[in-house]
Design a protein around this ligand. Sequence first.
Ligand code: PLP
Length: 470
Amino acid sequence: MTLPFSPINAAADSPIYRQIYLRIRQSIADGVLRPGDRVPSVRGLASELNLARGTVESAYQLLIGEGYLIARGPAGTVVSPQIRLPEPAGQAVVVPETVPSLTHTGLMPLPLEMGLPALDVFPRTVWNRLAAREMRQSGLHDLIYPDSQGYAPLRAAIAGYLGVSRGVACSPDQVFICAGYRASLNLICHGVLRHGDTGWFEDPGYLIARRFLIEAGMTLLPVPVDDDGLDVEAGIKMAANARFAVVTPSHQSPLGVSLSLSRRHALLDWARAGDRWIIEDDYDGEFRYRGRPLPALKSLDTAGSGRVLYTGTFSKVLAPGLRLSYLVVPQEQVVRFAETAGRMQNQCPRLLQATLARFIEEGAFARHIRKMRSIYADRRTTLADALSAALEPRAQLRMQAGGMHLLAMLDNGSDDGAIAMRARSLGLSVQALSAWYAEATSRRGLLIGFTNVRSSQEASALSRTLASAL
Ligand SMILES: Cc1ncc(COP(=O)(O)O)c(C=O)c1O
């Protein structure tokens, strides 16, 4: 064990052996060293701190004499298992939960949680096999600093996938691997935005990104969303000179509508008319149950003067625990972003990136998405049927063409926040739609995840419980 030692001060009044004695005693009192923990050997600590062995020996003898440590011969020296630690002075810190569980809490989700992929169908066997192979085959290149843009074969695999599946033609050097959507946004903030820049943000919109951008110093203007997606006209009226717009064109988060073709063109025209950026968040565009998946907005971006910064994530198509996402920038911006990424360094472990690269190259990713599409189509209708039976007419179910959650609309007078809290006390995790609005004139409804509801019995039981929260 390495002890949390500050440097030994040879000039201090207290002799060195006593400084060591006090620090170990303090570590035990603070609970950093627990009863039964092994402390470094005399020789190890002496060499680590560049001291004579006798000095460390004296400190240990004192601690043993006072009952803090026990010498166990070849088994080493340990903190006495009998030691009675004082109660910690203050109360344990409780971090308040500002948003009722939003899949980003580190806790296992409750039923109906939105935004999570089906955890029971994660392709564990293939994934483990590929990860083990990567681990076995690792060499010197695993030990050096990684490519700040991300692991090159993964960038190539993503470029290949996006070209075929999302209509985004890009080269691997346009792809930057990031540790989740917020890391992609962070790279954009450092790459092309300035503190205090104003941007359009969908209202309702993905509240985690909204909070992140505000914290990063951006001023966000809530732009309304209707059945055709972001109201571009309204955005232009509000702030024609904004520097950026954040949009979810394939499947608006959280309403589920798609940005119409005419609005896509209007948005691109607006961005091209100035030094403006469109941040396209294509977080779950792969999942569409009616018609074909819509190509990404990025596919309409002009080569040579691109304005779309395209972001995607593996959180929805694989698992959020991987913390892997990507950003695709226009060719002309590659140098600028590469410099920024170089300053920030890549935060994604190479082993994970390499495993994912093989997963895509070997075709397992495409197979997985196909499988998920069909499982989600089933789970979606199963839960929708059960919810309609249990909730209507108090709530109206809205079935959008894609995505991973359902929307149950409530009367404008309903308190969806209170209903979500009541559902939570009954062991369910649904989101209040009003919480996703920045403006007070919000619509009311419940956002309900269907991806982890595995059978019609489960769907009926959960729907009945939710009905009792209404
Ligand atoms: C709208 C939206 N965008 C992006 C993401 C992806 O976030 P991350 O990559 O941090 O998991 C999510 C995940 O919940 C989301 O809901």
